[in-house]
Design a protein around this ligand. Structure first.
Ligand code: PRP
Ligand code: URA
Length: 218
C-alpha cells in the first residue's frame, strides 16, 4: 500500500493486478459486462489488503492428526455497507473473500446541481457499535456522499469504519480526513482533480451508469 504524507488517511494499492484491471475499467470502450466483472474483481483484491490487520483470536481445532491452536478473525461478522447504487457493484467481490459478512445499505445520490448528497435509505445491523464496517463506493469525488454515509453510520453507533473505493480525488480524501479522521480510505488510484461537474479526472466516468448500463442517453 502506498501513502501520501499530505493525505494521511489514504492507502493506495500498488498491486499490479489491481492497476492492470483498473486500466481496462477506465477505458471508455470497455462494455458493461466486463466493467461489472472488473469492479467485483478489484473490490475483492482491495478487500484482501484492507483486511490485512484484522484482529485474530486463538481457537482450538482437532486436525486429523492432533489438537492444535489455530487463529480466527475475532469479533462479530464484518459488515459491508455499499452506497447505492454504484457501491452494489463491489459487494459480490468482497463477499467472495468474506462470505459470512453482513450487508447493510445506504441510499444516497448526488444532486447534479449542488453536488450535495441526498439520502433515501439506511439499513444496517442493530449492534453497530460491536462491528467493523467497510463502506463500499467506487468513486470518492467531492467526498459529500462518503462523509454523509459515515455520518449516518456513526449516528447508528458505528465506531470502526473503513472506506473502500476504486478511484479517489484529492478533494474527497481531504474532505473525509477533515470530517472523519478516524476512517481509513483504501483506493485503487488517487486521480488528479474534479471537473466543474464534480467528475473525477481522468477517472472512469459515471460508475453507476457503467455498472448498470444506464447511460442517460441510452
Ligand atoms: C456517485 C458515486 C458516489 C458519488 C461520489 O454516485 O457512486 O456515491 O457519486 O460523488 P461525491 O464524492 O461527490 O459525493 P451517484 O450520486 O452518481 O449515484 P448512483 O450511484 O446512484 O449513480
Ligand atoms: N461519481 C461518479 O460515478 N464518477 C465520478 O467521476 C464522480 C462521481
Amino acid at each position: 500500500m502506498l501513502t501520501t504524507p499530505a493525505l494521511a488517511n489514504l492507502s493506495v494499492t500498488g498491486h499490479p493486478l489491481v492497476q492492470h484491471k483498473l486500466s481496462i475499467l477506465r477505458d471508455r470502450a470497455t462494455p458493461t459486462k466486463i466493467f461489472k466483472e472488473l469492479v467485483e474483481e478489484i473490490a475483492m483484491l482491495m478487500a484482501y489488503e484492507a483486511t490485512s490487520d484484522l484482529a485474530l483470536e486463538p481457537v482450538s481445532v482437532e486436525t486429523p492428526l492432533e489438537r492444535m491452536t489455530a487463529q480466527r478473525v475475532s469479533g462479530k461478522k464484518l459488515t459491508l455497507v455499499p452506497i447505492l447504487r454504484a457501491g452494489l457493484g463491489m459487494v459480490d467481490g468482497v463477499l467472495r473473500l468474506v462470505p459470512s459478512a453482513r450487508v447493510g445499505h445506504i441510499g444516497l445520490y448526488r444532486d447534479h446541481l449542488t453536488l450535495e448528497p441526498v439520502d433515501y435509505y439506511f439499513r444496517v445491523p442493530g449492534d453497530a457499535a460491536e462491528r467493523q464496517f467497510f463502506v463500499l463506493d467506487p468513486m470518492l469525488a467531492t467526498g459529500g456522499s462518503a462523509v454523509a454515509a459515515v455520518d449516518s453510520l456513526k449516528r447508528a453507533g458505528a465506531t470502526r469504519i473503513r472506506f473502500l473505493c476504486l478511484v479517489a480525488a484529492p478533494a474527497g480524501v481531504q474532505r473525509m480526513m477533515t470530517a472523519h479522521p478516524d476512517v481509513r480510505i483504501y483506493a485503487a488510484a488517487l486521480d488528479r482533480e474534479l471537473n466543474a461537474q464534480g467528475y473525477i479526472l481522468p477517472g472512469l466516468g459515471d460508475a453507476g451508469d457503467r455498472i448498470f448500463g444506464t447511460r442517460p442517453d441510452s
